[in-house]
Design a binder for this molecule. Structure first.
Ligand code: SF4
Length: 237
């Protein structure tokens, strides 16, 4: 149900009357910052969460709203089973039609992500109608889904994984060659869907990017000291 202005006023009055300790500021964060278990196989660097990012954001006074892991939802669960079919496929008939398969896979992904983005934007609207500011979003660099300024060239990454024999696939090959070696500028498909949906609702959000390369290499990083990487929801310039 869409709240009317009257019901919104009533909700805000209640929040003021029962004023409590909430900071009324929320940051949307990519799922795997808080739960490394959804990372691609070989990509988790911590048992649970990226604690320094959590500490920084919570220390700045933001409640953390964990976004769904879009690949978990669209690509066959935690291990993203639908994305594994073309691994080690070079030389097999499947490899010859990989372009068509990848096109269909991307179209399916975009459809699913549009639905997910719609739900996320509904949550943003709900926060705002409830007097709580959604200050921004933290995405993950080099992700084909959650990248803000860097994403993954899926074709190139797939070619690395298709050419690599099963026995030779190591964590290093996955991270350095199939992921970091296939980065390109641009936004991931989920961030793109969110960007469009936010623009339709005329909502702008500052977007920050957690640097996956620094995380994988164990280098320190901070999210909030630099300017936001981008603004989502802004009309095309
Ligand atoms: S970057 Fe996005 S899609 Fe990839 S594991 Fe994290 S939340 Fe899931």
């Amino acid at each position: 149900m869409i709240p009317t202005r009257r019901s919104r006023r009533r909700a805000l009055a209640l929040l003021d009357q029962l004023r409590d300790e909430r900071g009324r500021q929320v940051m949307l964060v990519s799922h795997c910052l808080l739960n490394q278990n959804t990372r691609y196989a070989g990509g988790a660097t911590r048992p649970a969460a990226i604690t320094e990012a959590v500490d920084e954001l919570v220390g700045a006074g933001y409640g953390l709203h964990q976004l769904p892991c879009p690949e978990q939802r669209a690509w066959g669960g935690v291990l993203k089973r639908h994305s594994l079919g073309l691994h080690h496929s070079e030389g097999r008939p499947l490899f010859a039609v990989r372009g068509v398969l990848l096109g269909a896979f991307a179209a399916w992904t975009r459809l699913k992500y549009r639905r997910l983005a719609r739900q996320v934007v509904r949550d943003v609207v709900d926060y705002r109608r409830s007097g709580i500011d959604v200050v921004g979003i933290v995405g993950i660099g080099a992700s084909p889904s959650c990248g803000v300024t860097t994403t993954l060239d899926l074709h190139a990454s797939l070619d690395v994984l298709a050419a690599c024999p099963a026995a030779a696939l190591t964590r290093d090959v996955m991270n350095e060659q199939a992921v970091l070696g296939c980065r390109r500028p641009g936004e991931g498909m989920f961030i793109q869907a969110l960007d469009r949906r936010l623009a339709r609702r005329r909502i702008r959000l500052d977007a920050f990017e957690h640097d996956l390369a620094r995380e994988l290499r164990g280098e320190p990083q901070t999210l909030l000291t630099s300017r936001p990487a981008r603004t989502l929801g802004a009309p095309p310039g």
